[in-house]
Write a protein that binds this ligand. Structure first.
Ligand code: ADP
Ligand code: GLC
Length: 491
């Protein structure tokens, strides 16, 4: 099968969150299974062309925007640890600037940037003579590819057999655009902007809705989130739209890249370990604490709880703020935060480190190598998310024998299960109600297992044995691709 992935992020080339990880592992797995996968990504300023070995193809793409043409240059490279081809679309007006989306406020021309990119995807195919069986678009940024496929390209022999699949990674980011401009850029006639149509959403164009309505099949990144978003509490105003496509919609739990996230071979960490080798794991804690200002005169054996996260409301930071000082005063443990985002949240963690210089450590910023080190070094991983479509960091933690303390929502509910002392099953500590006391109780349960053998080793073995394989995930996507092709050819 020929599968084109259209995405705004790709790990390790350009990443802001988990979307990049999924856009990389899926094509990589599909290719291992014998399929032909390519990825199309904007050429952002931050992409290190030399490091990743991209070459200018000197091919020019002519991209029709509404009634005028714009232009792009095509670059070619390879996804690391694979032979999957990655194509970068260069247009400096749109992508030669700091950041991917604009942070913390999204760029005001994101409609134009991503509509341009979504159109360019078809020109990439034409320039390469690549006739895809599937166009797989991820999140609102590339949602318009699915509209363009149906509105403009399905009559072109190159795309007449192509089916569109859309994956929702996070309903909180929808791309709500001014219809006058969004329709103009996309070339979709204003006459199609009618109530209940794919293009109209309370007087706006909503790219997320466009993706959901125009795809042949829709997926999201965990079975639990696929159920949650049918209800208004999680639906972000799109629960009705999702329910209208319920027959074509399923949740598939993300997997993780076992080569990139492997404690036996991870080049970012100082001591490698496999299941049961927990003494070796603790070298990583020692090293991290030394790196962050502690010395061997300090007690290096205290339990270490960490977070690695975008600092947004989604991640439950307000629960942490409500409770962490009290917990650090009452219990003997250390806390490490690696994160960036909301300035108030960043400042809270800076304050916390002043108040508890030896017990509350932080690195404010984005640092991929450090994320591996922190996850390997920690005993527990805190993830009190308000909502979590899938969540990858709790899965990376499981793989590294780092025990999640996490709220039961979305993909967390599909991957983290409360430890049961009687039958020694389970891989974490969980809470359901979004309340600081419920989180605090889960943290205290977690801390009490730390010196309690054989349970402390058992729970870590359970975590490391938990199957999170990306191959399982990719197999399920292949079934969706086939389902999309079948329904498209029956249409
Ligand atoms: P989300 O996509 O909502 O941010 P996920 O758990 O799915 O949540 O994915 C987050 C990804 O971003 C993980 O790969 C995680 O390691 C990475 N990440 C988040 N914050 C940072 C940071 N400050 N430094 C390095 N990596 C980070
Ligand atoms: C989104 C979600 C996160 C998910 C990731 C990858 O960013 O917030 O929960 O794991 O996408 O699918």
């Amino acid at each position: 099968m020929k599968i084109l992935t259209a995405t705004a992020e790709l790990t390790p080339i350009a990443q802001a969150g988990g979307l990049g990880d999924v856009a990389a592992f899926l094509p990589r797995e599909l290719e291992k299974m014998g399929h032909n996968a390519i990825i199309v990504l904007p050429k952002y300023r931050a992409i290190d062309i030399e490091k990743w070995g991209f070459k200018n193809t000197h091919k020019t793409l002519v991209v029709q925007m509404g009634y005028w043409n714009e232009y792009a240059l095509l670059w070619e490279g390879t996804l690391p640890n694979s032979t999957v081809k990655v194509y970068l679309v260069e247009n400096n007006e749109y992508f030669d600037r700091a950041g991917i989306y604009g942070d913390p406020i999204e760029f005001s021309d994101n409609d134009r940037r991503f509509i341009f990119f979504s159109k360019a995807v078809f020109e990439v195919c034409k320039a390469l003579g690549y006739s895809p069986d599937i166009i797989h678009a991820h999140d609102y940024h590339t949602a318009f590819t699915l509209a363009f496929l149906k509105e403009f390209y399905q009559n072109d022999p190159m795309f007449s057999h192509t089916a569109g699949v859309y994956t929702i990674h996070n309903l909180a980011y929808q791309g709500k655009f001014n219809p006058d401009t969004a329709l103009l850029y996309s070339g979709i006639p204003l006459s199609k902007f009618q109530p209940y149509s794919p293009y109209e959403y309370y007087g706006m164009v909503n790219a997320m809705k466009v993706g959901i309505m125009m795809a042949d099949k829709i997926t999201t990144v965990s079975p639990t989130y696929s159920q949650e978003i049918r209800w208004s509490y999680f639906g972000e105003g799109l629960d009705g739209v999702i329910n209208s496509r319920a027959a074509d919609f399923i949740g598939i739990l993300n997997g993780i890249d076992y080569d990139e996230w492997n404690p036996e071979s991870d080049l970012n960490i100082s001591a490698h370990y496999s299941i049961g080798e927990f003494d070796k794991k603790s070298y990583n804690k020692h090293k991290l604490l030394l790196d962050y200002g502690l010395s061997d005169y300090d007690d290096m054996n205290l339990p270490l709880i960490s977070m690695v996260t975008r600092l947004t409301d989604q991640k439950g930071v307000d629960l942490v703020i409500a409770k962490l000082e009290e917990l650090l005063s009452q219990h003997n443990f250390r806390f490490f935060l690696l994160g960036s985002g909301n300035y108030n949240y960043e400042n809270y963690f800076r304050y916390l480190s002043h108040r508890f210089p030896k017990n509350a450590l932080n690195y404010i910023g984005y640092n991929a190598a450090l994320s591996h080190q922190v996850i390997a070094a920690s005993d527990f991983f805190l993830m009190p998310s308000r909502f979590e479509p899938c969540g990858l960091t709790q899965m990376y933690s499981l793989r590294y024998g780092t025990i999640p303390i996490a709220r039961q929502t979305g993909g967390i509910a599909d991957s983290v299960f409360e430890y049961d002392y009687n039958n020694q099953s389970g891989n974490g500590f969980t809470f359901w109600q979004y309340h600081p006391d419920d989180m605090a109780y889960a943290i205290s349960r977690a801390l009490s297992i730390y010196n309690n053998q054989p349970h402390w080793n058992k729970i870590r073995e359970n975590a490391m044995n938990h199957n999170l394989s990306a191959t399982t995930t990719a197999t399920k996507y292949l079934e969706v691709y086939q389902w999309a092709i079948n329904s498209q050819s029956n249409a």
